[in-house]
Design a binder for this molecule. Sequence first.
Ligand code: NAD
Ligand code: UDP
Ligand code: UDP
Length: 337
Amino acid sequence: MTDQKTILVTGGAGFLGSHLCDRLIAEGHEVLCLDNFFTGGKANIAHLVGNPRFELLRHDVTLPLYVEVDQIYNLACPASPIHYQHDPVQTTKTSVHGAINMLGLAKRLKCPIFQASTSEVYGDPSVHPQTEDYWGNVNPIGPRSCYDEGKRCAETLFFDYHRQHKLEIKVARIFNTYGPRMHPSDGRVVSNFIVQALKGEPITIYGDGGQTRSFCYVDDLIEGFLRLMDSPKEVTGPINLGNPGEFTMRQLAELTIELTGSKSRMAFQSLPQDDPKQRKPDITQATERLGWRPTVPLKEGLRRTIAYFDKLLAGRPDRPDSVRRLRATGGGARAAA
Ligand code: NAD
Ligand code: UDP
Ligand code: UDP
């Protein structure tokens, strides 16, 4: 480690943010982890507290922030449908006001800034697999719009600050990512299925389970973040980061049942409004420009994630608060219909 930097990670106590903090600390950097703890938790970064190169700051990105750092990763935003639809106005504010404040900070500091954008900018895509030049098919007034349009507006702001103020920007479009420290009751499909399988409860499949998603293991994704941040200045993105393996939700359920050895059966429920029918990243750009491609197959990533949730449910958790919440709510809740 020759080039130690001070790096701000917004949303640093969340699922992806905490893994990013781990990786940056491991690389020898100083990390300023900012979070308002809406969906993230102190337990996710408890093992870093006390490290002299790690600092935790409770702050909301919708408010201005004056700190001195060398790089910014902007991840603050609830990511699961249940959480981002809980207070949709706050979700849009977090994406849009948060982006303005973090871009204002980057402009003053003249430092590179990374944005955690999403495959949701493609909406329910009519181009498959999705390439970065596809403009998307997004409902601007539906229940997912606070998230989708908030993230789209954030991308607009990033590119306008780049053109107008010459900011060095790095915009990643992240596809479904899973792994340890996912919130056990946030309703996302991988955590729902694993928790349900481990508890012997029915596996809730929305619709006929024929819709597809591509699942990236968290360690692969974080490697992509670092490569994008370290890429030459002219690499702005947007750049897809995800695993191009494509699975139906029924296949995911079958694999989860097989790997957990569960006796759970599948229970079919209604499909949430505007649920995209298919998702699969074209990662040609990430491969050619960053030399990046995922390395962890779904089966292996699921095994590691199952081991995490198994421990959590067995009452030997890294996150006792989550267990209590999980037991109180009876496991993964249903996404808004
Ligand atoms: P997460 O909910 O675990 O993490 C988000 C973090 O942001 C939480 O710690 C939360 O408390 C914090 N936060 C929310 N609003 C905030 C605010 N106003 N001020 C400060 N902190 C705030 O979700 P995640 O899966 O880790 O997602 C991280 C980022 O990656 C998000 O921006 C999300 O949109 C993006 N993303 C994630 C995925 C995925 O599959 N996990 C896919 C696409 C994009
Ligand atoms: N900002 C911030 N930290 C800084 C600089 C700016 O939080 O170090 C915020 C501030 O709230 C400002 C926003 O970023 O409103 C946008 O900054 P910019 O300089 O682009 O716009 P202006 O200050 O001219 O409105
Ligand atoms: N899904 C499901 N059962 C669940 C949770 C989700 O069948 O218990 C489906 C959901 O309808 C969607 C897919 O799984 O088609 C992925 O959902 P998730 O919320 O994880 O991600 P996103 O829709 O944002 O890609």
